[in-house]
Design a protein around this ligand. Structure first.
Ligand SMILES: C[S@@+](CC[C@H](N)C(=O)[O-])C[C@H]1O[C@@H](n2cnc3c(N)ncnc32)[C@H](O)[C@@H]1O
Length: 212
């Protein structure tokens, strides 16, 4: 590849990253509680999350709150060719970016509260999902939404199935965030706090829960 073509490629990637960040800030201003972070997750956090699940053996994988696809980027290459992947987000503008970035993969517009019905429409039944990756902003959710979405995740997972989510320090200080973490052991047999990822903006910790 000659220098001009290489520079053209770098400029194109930088332009795409800038456009994505600009859209993210716009959505953050329009829907602060829903978007709930300063930037899409870093590749470091995405790698930690993807490595914390047995994705290579998974038959059915669901990702909630896909945003522009920072976590998806780490998930998809780890999946078997015959695995089934479905993403979900309630923000149509972020989802449009996701769909352009991952043509040929499925992500649907919808609310995590309706997870079981949305999965059923896609042919995925209760107790069938091996791994769920959640990018949802749990501390922003009111109690009924936390209960509904968490109950739906537990119901969709097969026995031994796992869900991974992440959070920020500020969420741990919010009563709604503390309430969410207290709810986890009531839905899952095992709840593990994985190390902080400091190379994320803001730094994030990862939680992995296993269904009994
Ligand atoms: C903190 S961002 C994470 C985005 C992406 N996973 C990442 O890590 O960069 C939260 C995402 O969850 C989505 N979201 C928030 N509430 C939701 C809900 N009730 N149902 C589905 N998606 C939701 C937002 O639109 C946003 O894309």
């Amino acid at each position: 590849m000659n220098m001009a073509a290489r520079h053209g490629g770098i400029r194109k990637r930088a332009g795409r990253a800038f456009a994505e960040q600009a859209l993210w800030w716009r959505e953050m201003l329009r829907h602060p509680l829903q978007t709930a972070s300063l930037a899409p997750s870093s590749p470091f956090l995405a790698t930690q999350i993807a490595n914390s699940l047995a994705l290579a053996e998974a038959q059915v994988v669901v990702e909630l709150g896909v945003g522009t696809g920072s976590l998806t980027q780490a998930i998809l290459p780890r999946l078997r060719p015959d695995a089934s992947y479905i993403g979900l987000d309630r923000n149509a503008d972020l989802l449009a970016v996701w769909r352009k970035r991952f043509p040929g993969h499925r992500a649907i517009l919808g609310d995590a509260a309706d997870l079981t019905a949305l999965c059923a429409e896609q042919g995925i039944q209760l107790g069938q999902v091996c791994c769920i990756v959640s990018g949802l902003p749990w501390p922003s959710f009111p109690l009924p939404l936390q209960q509904q979405a968490l109950g739906a995740i537990a119901a969709m997972l097969r026995p031994g199935g796992q869900v991974v989510t992440f959070g920020y320090h500020i969420g741990l200080m919010m009563p709604s965030g503390q309430r969410f973490h207290r709810m986890l052991p009531t839905h899952f047999q095992r709840v593990e706090r994985l190390p902080w990822e400091w190379r994320n903006l803001p730094p994030a910790f990862v939680v992995r829960c296993t269904r009994g």
